[in-house]
Write a protein that binds this ligand. Structure first.
Ligand code: NAD
Length: 214
């Protein structure tokens, strides 16, 4: 159920305020998802039926130029945050669903993303693990988006964007709404017999099935 349909929704982000154009009816908590106390604040907010673990941090550099601080930061936001959310909230849920946002980076290697890829691959394994530990009460699934037009692409130039679009079958970026629709489906009773789908729910316009060897 969405905020527009009457659900109480809490968005958690480090940004000082929600972005312009954020949907109405969503409450906002400023917090660092990689910090334990943030999840205690979420637990205090009210009973939780659905968790969507979606934040990420990307710092582009090859492995030999990635500092330990950068590695820990990216793993903290991209992987540890999902663990902290699960550890804090899943034992308190008698029923419900958790959806983790991984990436096609969990499936293929791309230069300059060692920590991001490790975090995203870790999320797919964590999904299966949490599904086993907290089922049947709570279902846990994971989506793997491909190129989706969000502010994350602000740092990519036109050539880089065009290359990513060319690498899809559908010939375009996906929209945040197209990923949100899949997350909403996985969180809902429509997906009542799905749990532990750690690497199967790819939302990438065919990006991960194309290999141009010409
Ligand atoms: N956009 C894409 O092409 C794409 C592709 C594959 C996967 N994804 C995944 O989708 C998810 C959403 O990505 P996006 O494109 O909207 O990214 P984005 O960079 O536009 O947004 C990331 C959000 O995470 C927040 N954030 C960063 N560190 C945080 C922290 N410590 N605590 C709380 N919030 C924090 C940022 O403030 C920002 O609002 C991410 O998990 C990303 O890896 C995106």
């Amino acid at each position: 159920m969405r905020a527009a349909e009457g659900a109480r929704v809490l968005a958690v982000d480090v940004a000082p305020a929600p972005p312009e154009g954020a949907p109405g009816g969503v409450e906002y908590l400023r917090g660092d998802v990689s910090a334990e106390h943030t999840w205690e604040r979420v637990a205090a907010w009210g009973p939780i039926d659905v968790i969507v673990s979606n934040a990420a941090a990307v710092e582009v550099a090859p492995a030999h130029e990635t500092t330990l601080e950068s590695w820990n930061r990216q793993l903290g936001v991209g992987l540890t945050a999902a663990f902290l959310a699960a550890r804090t909230l899943l034992p308190r849920m008698e029923t419900g669903s958790m959806v983790l946002t991984s990436s096609v980076h969990a499936l293929v290697g791309l230069p300059g993303h060692p920590a991001y890829a490790a975090a995203k691959g870790g999320l797919t394994a964590l999904t299966r693990q949490l599904a086993v530990e907290y089922g049947p009460a709570v279902r846990v699934n994971c989506v793997l988006p491909g190129p989706i037009m969000t502010p994350a692409w602000d740092r990519v130039d036109d050539e880089g964007r065009a290359g990513s679009v060319r690498a899809t079958v559908l010939g375009r970026f996906g929209t945040p709404g197209e990923v949100a629709a899949v997350i909403a489906f996985l969180a809902s009773d429509e997906a009542a017999f799905m749990t532990g789908a750690g690497a199967g729910v790819v939302v990438d316009g065919g990006w991960s099935i194309v290999k141009d060897s010409a």
